[in-house]
Write a protein that binds this ligand. Structure first.
Ligand SMILES: Nc1ncnc2c1ncn2[C@@H]1O[C@H](COP(=O)(O)OP(=O)(O)O)[C@@H](O)[C@H]1O
Ligand SMILES: [Mg+2]
Length: 482
C-alpha cells in the first residue's frame, strides 16, 4: 500500500481524489485500487501539509519547532485524476468515487502499459514518467494518421524527431522518409557511421525538378498564371510531349513558347515566368531526390539551409510532396513519411502557398495510401488548422505562449485543463503524447539519442571555442608554411 484516500475539497469524486502517502509518490505517477477490476489514477500534483504551520499567529508568537517534534507531523498529500477501470482486459469508465479510506497501491507497470495503449514492439521514444515503463508507440497508430511535434524553440522538437527517426531507421520494416529540413537539423544522420548508409542529403545544388514531369497546372500552382497564360503553356507542354525529345528541360520549353503563335503580352509574361523559374536553379531534366531514393527504411533529407529563395523552398516542398504522393497512390513507391520542420512556414494558416496545398492534401487523403506527414512547429497558431487537426498523434513539449497553448488544446481531443496546465512547466525533453498512439495523455521523458547531434543547435560558447581553435590551427598552418 502507498496511500489512503482522504476527504478534501469536495472530493473524492468519480474523477478526482486526494490521498495521503509516505512521500514515496511523485507527480505523474500512477496508483490503483479496487478488488473487482483496478481503477487507475494519475497523480497530477503533490503537496505537503503540517497543521503546526497553519496558524500564523501561533508561529509568530513562538516557533512550535522549539517545543514539538513538528517534522513528524508533516504529511504528504497528492491529488490524483481517475483515468479508468481495467477489468478483464477491458478499460471502462469509472462512475463511482472511491470511498474515503480506500487503500492505494502503486499501479502495476504491465497494467499501466496496457492502459496507456503502448505497444511492445513500437517506436521506443523514451520512458513513461514516474513509471518503469518504456514509452513504446505503435508504428501504425503513430504514423498512419499523421503526427505533429509542437513546442517552443529549444524545448526539444528536433531532438524528439531525431529519436523518432532513429527508431524508424533501426527497424526492420519502416516507411521511406522524406525530410524537409530548412536548417540542416537532420543532416548529421549522414555523418553518423551507424546511419549513413541509409541516409541521403540533397543540398541546394543537388535538388532538381524534372521539367518533363511538370504541367501548366503545376507551374500555375507555383507561379500564379492567368487562364490565358495557363492555356498557352499547356499547349506548349503538349507540343513538347508529342515531339521526339521526351527529355526536355526549361530551355526547350522556352523555345516553344518563343516560337508558338500567341498573344504577345501572354508570351511576354510566360517568358518572364520561365526566366524566374530559371533563376531558381532547380528546374532540370531529372528528379532529385528521385522516386528510386524512396526505399523502405531510407531517409532522404532535402537540406534547404543554403536555399535563400523562399519561393524555391515552397516549390521544392510542394513538388516532391505531390509527386511522391501521386507515385504512392499508384503504388510505384513504398509507404512513406514526409517530415516537415518549421511546418508553419510551409503550411501557414493565413496565406495560400503551394506547399500548403500539398501538405493539406496529404493530411486529408494520405492515410488511405500510407503516405504520412509529421509536422514540426514552434508556432502552432500560425500552422494550417486543416493540416494540424489531421495530425492525430501529438507530441507536445514545453509551450508557454498562451495563444499557442490555446490553439493546441483546441485542435486536440483529450486535452483536459489539468493536462494543459502542465505544458508550460515541462522541462526540455519532457513530452506529453496525446491522440491515436495512446489511450490517455501520456507524460514521457524522451530518451537520449543514439546518433551524433548536429552542430546547428550548438551553444554560443561551444561555437566560439571551436572558432578559436580553428583560427589557432590556421595560424599554425600559416606559420608552418612560412
Ligand atoms: N530528450 C532530450 N535529452 C537530452 N537533451 C535534449 C533532449 N531534448 C532536447 N535536448 C537538448 O535541448 C536542446 C534543444 O533541443 P532542440 O531539439 O534543438 O529544440 P527545438 O528543436 O525545439 O528548438 C538541444 O541542445 C538538445 O541537445
Ligand atoms: Mg529545432
Amino acid at each position: 500500500m502507498v496511500g489512503t484516500v482522504i476527504v478534501k475539497e469536495e472530493t473524492p469524486t468519480s474523477q478526482e481524489f486526494f490521498f495521503v502517502h509516505e512521500g514515496s509518490v511523485g507527480k505523474g505517477g500512477y496508483v490503483e485500487y479496487g478488488e473487482d477490476g483496478k481503477v487507475i489514477a494519475r497523480v497530477s500534483e503533490v503537496y505537503k501539509a503540517n497543521e503546526y504551520f497553519e496558524d500564523a499567529e501561533s508561529i509568530s508568537e513562538s516557533d512550535p519547532r522549539e517545543s514539538f517534534p513538528v517534522d513528524d507531523w508533516e504529511v504528504s498529500i497528492a491529488r490524483a485524476q481517475i483515468m479508468g477501470c481495467f477489468r478483464e482486459g477491458m478499460i471502462e469508465r469509472v462512475n463511482e468515487a472511491p470511498a474515503p479510506g480506500t487503500e492505494l497501491d502503486m499501479a502495476d507497470p504491465g497494467r499501466v502499459e496496457k492502459f496507456l495503449g503502448l505497444a511492445e514492439n513500437g517506436l521506443k521514444l523514451g520512458e513513461v514518467q514516474q513509471q518503469d515503463v518504456d514509452a513504446n508507440f505503435d508504428l501504425t497508430d503513430t504514423l498512419q494518421k499523421h503526427f505533429a511535434i509542437l513546442a517552443q524553440s529549444g524545448a526539444g522538437k528536433s531532438y524528439t524527431a531525431s529519436v523518432l527517426l532513429e527508431e524508424l531507421l533501426d527497424r526492420e520494416n519502416a516507411p521511406a522518409i522524406l525530410a524537409v529540413d530548412p536548417h540542416g537539423d537532420y543532416t548529421c544522420f549522414a555523418e553518423d557511421k551507424n546511419y549513413m548508409k541509409d541516409v541521403k542529403v540533397f543540398r541546394d545544388d543537388d535538388v532538381s525538378i524534372a521539367v518533363n514531369n511538370l504541367s501548366a497546372d503545376k507551374v500555375d500552382a507555383y507561379f500564379d498564371l492567368t487562364p490565358a497564360q495557363r492555356r498557352e503553356l499547356s499547349k506548349a507542354f503538349s507540343e513538347l510531349e508529342k515531339g521526339e525529345n521526351s527529355d526536355y528541360g526549361l530551355r526547350e520549353l522556352r523555345s516553344v513558347v518563343e516560337e508558338r503563335e500567341m498573344n504577345s503580352s501572354t508570351r511576354y509574361v510566360l517568358l518572364d515566368t520561365l526566366r524566374e523559374m530559371a533563376s531558381m536553379q532547380v528546374f532540370g531534366k531529372t528528379d532529385s531526390p528521385s522516386p528510386n531514393d524512396m526505399e523502405p527504411g531510407k531517409l532522404n533529407i532535402i537540406d534547404l539551409s543554403e536555399t535563400i529563395n523562399h519561393r524555391k523552398k515552397q516549390v521544392v516542398t510542394a513538388y516532391f510532396g505531390r509527386r511522391f504522393f501521386r507515385l504512392r497512390r499508384s503504388e510505384s513507391i513504398p509507404p512513406f513519411l514526409m517530415l516537415v520542420e518549421e511546418a508553419h512556414n510551409f503550411a501557414p494558416e493565413k496565406q495560400p502557398s503551394p506547399s500548403k496545398t500539398v501538405i493539406e492534401k496529404l493530411a486529408r487523403e494520405g492515410r488511405k495510401f500510407h503516405a504520412s506527414i509529421g509536422l514540426i512547429s514552434q508556432r502552432p497558431v500560425k500552422l494550417s488548422t486543416t493540416a494540424l487537426s489531421q495530425c492525430n498523434t501529438k507530441f507536445i513539449l514545453r509551450v508557454t505562449n498562451p495563444n499557442d497553448l490555446e490553439h493546441i488544446s483546441q485542435s486536440s481531443e483529450g486535452i483536459t485543463s489539468d493536462v494543459k496546465n502542465q505544458i508550460p512547466g515541462l522541462k526540455t525533453g519532457e513530452s506529453i503524447v496525446i491522440g491515436e498512439a495512446v489511450n490517455y495523455p501520456t507524460f514521457i521523458d524522451v530518451r537520449e539519442r543514439r546518433s551524433e547531434e548536429s552542430g546547428a543547435g550548438e551553444g554560443l560558447e561551444d561555437t566560439l571555442e571551436e572558432w578559436k581553435q580553428e583560427q589557432e590551427s590556421m595560424d599554425e598552418d600559416a606559420e608552418a608554411f612560412m
